[in-house]
Ligand binder design. Structure first.
Ligand SMILES: NC(=O)c1ccc[n+]([C@@H]2O[C@H](COP(=O)([O-])OP(=O)(O)OC[C@H]3O[C@@H](n4cnc5c(N)ncnc54)[C@H](O)[C@@H]3O)[C@@H](O)[C@H]2O)c1
Length: 293
């Protein structure tokens, strides 16, 4: 009986819509299409949709060169993908939003999507730090809202934090775990606490690194080289450039405010300056380091 329920749930989810075609949305759409779901990639910005399409094609070509997939699989993945700019076409069994890290924007998007989708649609948010309870409170179908927090780069990082709000049903959580399995990800169910687990712990990695530089105790290059030599895959400054300065700074602010502004988690002025200057990291060609766009 349990097995039959599992099959029924799996069979229910055939279409995934990924909202936001930026750093995360593009990777998540690729994952969904590779896993065999009909995948709608939606963005308000047509240029971002074009960039996402080009980046997915390039990533699949790289996988062929590395003998990880065949040409047939690349073609099948691309055939599963539809790029859309009209929100009225954004109808799916599971919607995964990966738009800007702002609570009101996410609630507004889900409110729009609730009108055109049905009662069974699951609304998953890839937020790094916003309370899932608060997003759900702003929506009509609160029990269908769940956190589905992928890590960057989404196609490579195995972990997905599945965040259950006080409204989310067990069936929704189980369906999202099934989707993660189909995407070859490791799902870990977390409580809805500021920064969930990874971003709560990782705040100190970024903030202390920036403090060292602000206090003139080390350079950006020093810190990255030493942390990498000590076993971390990426130094904190390279990682912030990969994540995107605007996103990382928003996450710091949201976690700091949610925990009543403790001094140890205060967002860095150095990072704020980077955001104000539009030096957002890899995505703009300049952050703590310079990149060829
Ligand atoms: N960057 C990371 O390392 C990372 C990791 C995990 C989770 N996240 C989370 O994923 C989300 C997206 O982050 P990102 O780095 O991909 O951002 P990004 O800036 O690279 O992309 C955001 C995209 O959303 C689009 N967008 C904005 N408003 C929209 C709307 N109303 N409807 C449709 N599209 C809209 C923008 O045009 C843009 O293409 C954020 O919530 C972030 O916290 C980011």
């Amino acid at each position: 009986m349990k097995f039959m329920n599992y099959i029924a749930r799996m069979n229910n989810i055939k279409t995934i819509a990924v909202c936001g075609a930026g750093t995360m949305g593009s990777g998540i759409a690729q994952l969904a299409a590779q896993a065999g779901f009909t995948t709608l990639q939606f963005d308000v910005n047509k240029e971002m949709l074009e960039k996402s399409k080009a980046s997915i094609e390039k990533s699949l070509q790289y996988l062929i060169e590395k003998n990880k997939i065949t040409q047939k699989q690349k073609t099948a993945t691309l055939n599963n993908l539809v790029f859309i700019n009209n929100i009225n076409e954004c109808k799916a069994d599971v919607i995964i939003e990966a738009i800007i890290e702002k609570k009101d924007a996410k609630i507004n998007l889900f409110n729009e999507l609730e009108k055109i989708n049905n009662n069974h649609t699951i609304f998953a948010t890839n937020t790094s730090s916003i309370s899932i309870n608060e997003i759900a409170e702003g929506c009509n179908q609160s029990s269908q809202i769940v956190g589905m927090h992928f890590f960057n780069p989404a196609t490579i990082m195995k972990l997905v934090e599945v965040v259950k709000s006080k409204f989310t049903t067990d069936a929704v959580v189980e369906s999202i775990i099934d989707v993660c399995k189909q995407m070859n990800k490791v799902a870990v169910v977390c409580k809805d606490a500021p920064g969930f687990i990874v971003n709560r712990v990782a705040r100190h990695y970024y903030l202390e690194a920036m403090k060292l530089v602000e206090l003139n105790l080390a350079t950006i290059e020093n810190v990255d080289a030493i942390m990498e030599a000590s076993g971390f895959k990426m130094g904190p400054f390279k990682l912030m450039d990969l994540i995107g300065m605007d996103i990382n700074y928003s996450v710091s602010n949201i976690v700091w405010e949610a925990l009543q502004k403790p001094e140890r988690l205060k967002p860095s002025a150095l990072q704020q300056q980077k955001v104000n200057a539009g030096e957002l990291g890899r995505k703009t060609g300049k952050g703590f380091y310079a990149y060829n766009k």
